[in-house]
Design a protein around this ligand. Structure first.
Ligand SMILES: *[C@@H]1O[C@H](CO)[C@@H](O)[C@H](O)[C@H]1NC(C)=O
Ligand SMILES: *[C@@H]1O[C@H](CO)[C@@H](O)[C@H](O)[C@H]1NC(C)=O
Ligand SMILES: *[C@@H]1O[C@H](CO)[C@@H](O)[C@H](O)[C@H]1NC(C)=O
Length: 588
């Protein structure tokens, strides 16, 4: 694989033969984009002179993309902007004869995991296909390109052997420390046509197909009467062709390898990290994206066949959107597919997928969805899921609402979906009982103890909270897991359910920020700009709570909320066999 610097050089050398495609080299910024200090988070936006993007939305988006640079593994490019990172784990993949040294570390520790990576790349690419102008205007096209390529290249390496996909690197170790001493060699887990992971084949295919659309420059319709824009500097037809061809191969593996099964059946040793529940959603989404990337209508038919045969589970009426659960994204994507490939299949009916989408969207925005509630402070709380990384399903639901809103069947619905999204985004940015801004480094009220071995500077696995007392590096752009169902947040490094950022906790904010950047000067500033009251850190045992919050909890307990939570916990334990979702990311 090429580093960014040599990719630019190669493109220049190859330019004459590729001239007709106007390939590709996003200009390297004359100086690297770096996050502003958190103190500037209380200063209202100016609009930059070259574009009308609100400078605070540029900060949110730019910092989110900076986080992905922090998470990079392998050989880092020359003049890498994160000056405290080093080359790392250069032997990854050697044991299976492939180069898996690149890519991204998943979260606070050092594993690499395909399911959340593929979802992250899909979500960022999908956002770029709708709101690419926002990346461009915020000066982030270069970092959009480098983030996507770093993920896509790794998926290409992991799928480079015939009928094979590497899905996990690393293990459940207790290593806590910097990037140069990570124990090696590391285990590689692989699915094949003989020992398949139906979901993960399709997830990888979806990411590659969405990436192909970005590099073809084929934006998606934002509404029935307008198209998105992909930054033209990303256009690279040769790369897009390679991504699209591999996506087709992987979807064929997903469709044809038997038995069709979730991937942890093939690689049970990784079940502790990311157990998957189902593969139908991945098959539908993968078919839809491969249809758009390849232009082959056979995939439209496959997507709709899968959708029809999954009734009555489709359209879903409740549930979450995340790396594992993609059900709520299927109908909104098929509605867009109907706009992109009209007539490809007689069942590809825009208004059917519009009304199917709205079954879920209406229940979500009106707070009438089964197994879903709001915390007292207003955070959407999904029973059985939100106990770990609560902001993740909430922000994904906000992203989904922004993505679907312009396709709504009425202006009233469109506005309701947007205001639901706004409520979750505002909560994340400080409109909550603790005045906490859950993006690290963006505001004085941001958390200071994200669970991150890289950022912490500590090496003592038995004392990660206090060694060192202050985290060594600010993990700019990271979205932490989030508060509990009582809106409490402890800001402790070892509380990974609350404090651990991951590739997939940041991805929805990339999309959200690109949406607001694409709105230019008409976007309101992020809520945090007006947050001046001090941040309240929850204390164990409840002593950090206000009298009002204590009263609320007492009343809540009287109403039986405690009992419900206990029940939900046991339901979860049954569903996941006790090992899974709540502990989806281990301490180290
Ligand atoms: C592996 O790929 C990376 C790019 O991801 C590259 O920098 C590195 O040199 C490659 N390593 C080997 C041994 O080829
Ligand atoms: C990068 O290497 C330097 C020099 O060895 C070291 O001091 C630093 O801690 C390393 N960074 C990380 C994140 O481990
Ligand atoms: C959107 O793009 C499609 C495909 O390129 C094109 O046919 C259509 O006219 C465009 N629509 C608008 C409103 O520009």
């Amino acid at each position: 694989m090429l580093t960014i610097g040599s990719a630019v050089a190669a493109a220049v050398i190859l330019l004459p033969s590729l001239a007709e495609f106007a390939t590709a080299a996003v200009p390297t910024p004359s100086s690297p984009w770096l996050p502003a200090p958190s103190a500037s988070g209380t200063v209202a936006s100016s609009s930059s002179s070259s574009s009308q993007v609100k400078s605070q939305w540029e900060q949110v988006l730019g910092s989110n993309l900076y986080y992905y640079d922090v998470q990079r593994s392998g050989v880092l490019p020359e003049d890498f902007r994160v000056d405290w990172r080093n080359n790392s784990v250069l032997t990854d993949g050697e044991s299976v004869g492939r180069n898996l040294s690149g890519g991204f570390f998943d979260a606070g520790n050092f594993v690499k995991a395909m399911p959340p990576l593929a979802w992250t790349i899909t979500q960022i690419a999908y956002s770029a296909l709708l709101w690419g102008q926002g990346f461009e205007d915020a000066g982030q096209a270069y970092y959009l390109d480098s983030t996507l390529r770093n993920g896509l290249d790794w998926i290409m390496s992991a799928s480079s052997a015939n009928e094979t996909l590497d899905v996990f690197v690393g293990n459940q170790s207790v290593y806590w420390g910097g990037d140069v001493d990570i124990p090696q060699p590391r285990d590689v887990y692989t699915v094949t046509s003989q020992n398949p992971g139906t979901d993960v084949f399709a997830e990888a295919a979806t990411a590659l197909a969405a990436g192909a659309l970005v590099y073809y420059g084929r934006a998606l319709p934002t509404s029935q009467s307008a198209n998105g824009t992909v930054p033209s500097s990303l256009r690279d037809r040769e790369y897009a062709d390679a991504l699209s061809a591999r996506a087709v191969e992987l979807m064929n593996l997903a469709g044809n390898s038997t038995p069709q099964q979730v991937y942890q059946k093939a690689v049970p040793d990784v079940e502790w990290a990311y157990p998957s529940t189902d593969f139908n959603d991945e098959l539908m989404l993968g078919s839809a994206f491969v249809a758009m990337a390849s232009g082959d209508i056979e995939w439209v038919t496959k997507a709709i066949d899968a959708y029809s045969s999954a009734a009555p589970l489709y359209p879903p009426q409740y549930g979450i959107l995340n790396w594992d659960g993609k059900g709520p994204l299927v109908a909104p994507t098929l509605a867009r597919l109907a706009l992109v490939m009209p007539g490809a299949d007689s069942r590809l009916d825009f208004s059917k997928f519009q009304s199917d989408s709205e079954i879920y969207m209406d229940a979500l925005e009106s707070n009438k969805m089964q197994d879903t509630s709001r915390t007292k402070g207003g955070l959407a709380f999904f029973k059985g899921y939100s106990s770990s990384a609560s902001l993740n399903p909430a922000l994904n639901s906000a992203w989904l609402s922004l993505l679907y809103a312009p396709l709504a069947s009425s202006d009233t619905k469109r506005d309701a979906y947007r205001s639901y999204a706004q409520s979750q985004i505002d909560y994340t940015f400080g409109k909550n009982p603790l005045n906490t801004v859950y993006q690290v480094g963006i505001h004085p009220n941001s958390p200071v103890n994200p669970h991150s071995a890289l950022a912490s500077g500590g090496t003592d696995a038995t004392n990660i909270n206090n060694s060192p007392p202050q985290e060594l590096h600010v993990l700019y752009g990271a979205i932490v897991g989030g508060p509990d169902e009582n809106d409490k947040y402890y800001d402790e490094r070892d509380d990974y359910d609350q404090s651990e950022p991951a590739l997939d906790t940041v991805a929805p904010m990339v999309g959200i920020a690109s949406y607001f950047a694409s709105q230019g000067s008409s976007a309101a500033d992020p809520y945090y700009v007006g947050v001046t009251a001090p941040r309240i850190v929850s204390k164990r045992g409840g002593s950090g709570l206000s009298g009002g919050a204590i009263a609320g909890i007492v009343i809540g307990v009287l109403l039986g909320v405690g009992l419900l939570a206990t029940l939900a916990f046991f339901i979860w334990r049954r569903r996941s066999g006790g090992g899974g979702r709540l502990t989806r990311r281990r301490k180290w």
